[in-house]
Design a protein around this ligand. Structure first.
Ligand code: GLU
Length: 468
């Protein structure tokens, strides 16, 4: 029988979850489901300054909102508790002790300034910066003296010589040449263990079989492989996912717009549409682009994850969102957009209760243009406003068409109740008299009625206008 697949998502609770984090969580979740394995949530909260319990709770709330349930981890427990690194100190101490016994670590008293100088010198000579190993040569007496003098120290792992070759499920064979890795730090001067050490201890003890994470951790992998060997643990399989880039090809960041999942939740994206979009950032399912979580899980495989960087495209996310919104019932969608209209002070909950059928018709007219619930405000504000605010170019255009606008005004004031037919008839008559048709006729009218350049057909809008 083959071994049960065990994967983990290991976020650091130092801020809002980022799109890239969630794609990593999703691929782990999908792989676990596909392989009928176990999905673990482990919280890497060893950075005492930046990790907070609030961030930790938030990230679990977001995972729950997304529907990415974890089989083991905080809130649900599991056989390898605790799942918060801050509560696993004794385990790290124990395994550090094993490395000490084997003589594989040594204290380093170099100061930040000394290390900085060393780095600068190496870079000045065009070399990759790495720790030169000065403190490895200290005798036990010298170490004792430095300690007695109150000099703080970190513990470094003595990197053995030799190149490191690894197989990556996404990137294929990756070789790390000999002599590139300096002796790296396992515990800081306050004795707290570093990421590279805790991650290996935890992944090994939690019996993680596949480490699926962002490519930004690829350079940590040789260090972790060495620690697996030093501790006598079997390394997992590795899969490093390409980073997500912005439309300009640079690493996705705030410059490109919202990057926290929280903000997409606040905008009113449906979690399934959001995950569906993220799933496509690096994976091309064979059965088309729109898939439920279950369908994705049935199809997902690491061998079909691409190694070239995926581009985050807000336009496509919007499109994906709209594919899910059109599937909602009109009643549900209308109820879902209500808070956004109320928050924007366009239409109160009381008004909505009194005019629910009308509101439903308004929502129906614009629903195909919406990617998320909050889009309702920009798509419909003109239905709720007595006075519209025009851009100066819009005002210019209407001014230039003054006789036409007056003719519309006159024609419409003769109609007591609009419907599609009498609206169209009035517009056509105005056009005929003025000798204008097509865009020249409809565009100024659209501006006057909606203060927008585009939108649903006017014949659908007009009967619903002026009724708030
Ligand atoms: N805490 C690390 C991060 O959030 C986890 C990296 C890993 O998956 O090994 O980047």
């Amino acid at each position: 029988m083959s071994e049960t697949v065990r994967v983990r998502f290991a976020p650091s609770p130092t801020g809002d979850l980022h799109l890239g984090n969630v794609r990593t969580a999703l691929y782990n979740w999908l792989y676990a489901r596909h392989m009928k394995g176990v999905f673990i949530l482990r919280v890497e909260d060893t950075d005492k300054e930046r990790s907070t319990p609030e961030h930790c709770e938030n990230l679990m709330d977001i995972m729950t909102w997304l529907g990415l349930k974890w089989d083991e981890g905080p809130r649900v427990g599991g056989p390898h508790e605790p799942y918060l690194q801050s509560q696993r100190t004794e385990l790290y101490e124990y395994h550090l002790g094993r490395l000490k016994e084997k003589g594989l670590v040594y204290p380093c008293h170099c100061t930040e300034e000394e290390l900085d100088l060393e780095r600068k010198r190496q870079m000045g000579r065009g070399h990759m910066p790495k720790y030169g190993g000065k403190c490895k040569k200290l005798t036990p007496d010298e170490v004792k003296k430095l300690d007695a003098d109150g000099k703080t120290s970190v513990l470094r792992f003595a990197v053995p010589p030799g190149e490191i070759v690894m197989q990556d499920e996404v990137r294929g064979e990756v070789t790390f040449p000999d002599d590139q890795l300096g002796d790296f730090v396992l515990t800081r001067s306050d004795k707290s263990p570093t990421y590279n050490f805790t991650v290996v201890v935890d992944d090994a003890l939690m019996k993680v079989t596949h480490v699926i994470r962002g490519e930004d951790h690829l350079s940590n992998t040789p260090k972790q492989i060495l620690l697996y060997e030093a501790l006598g643990f079997t390394p997992p399989k590795w899969a490093h996912l390409s980073i997500i880039k912005g439309p300009d090809g640079q690493k996705l960041s705030k410059r490109h717009g919202e990057t926290s999942v929280e903000s997409y939740k606040a905008k009113g994206y449906l979690p399934d549409s959001f995950l569906n979009y993220l799933a496509l950032l690096g994976w091309a399912p064979k059965s088309g682009e729109i898939l439920s979580l279950d369908q994705m899980a049935a199809e997902f495989d690491l061998t079909h994850v691409g190694k070239s960087g995926a581009i985050f495209d807000p336009v496509k996310l919007h499109w994906m969102g709209s594919q899910y919104l059109v599937k909602m019932s009109l009643d549900d969608l209308t109820r879902a957009v209500l808070p956004y209209l109320a928050d924007a002070q366009l239409f109160s909950r009381e008004q909505a209760r009194a005019r629910f059928d009308w509101l439903k018709q308004v929502v129906d007219v614009v629903r195909t243009s919406m990617g998320c619930f909050s889009d309702i405000t920009k798509e419909t504000f003109y239905f709720f406003s007595d006075e519209l605010h025009f851009e100066s170019a819009q005002s210019e255009e209407m001014k230039a068409q003054k006789p036409l606008m007056e003719a519309f005004h006159k024609a419409f004031s003769g109609i007591s109740e609009f419907n599609g037919d009498n609206f169209l008839q009035a517009v056509r008559e105005v056009g005929k008299t003025a000798g204008v048709k097509g865009k020249a006729l409809y565009h100024p009218l659209r501006l006057a009625l909606t203060a927008r350049e585009d939108g649903p057909e006017l014949v659908k809008i007009a009967p619903l206008l002026g009724k708030t």
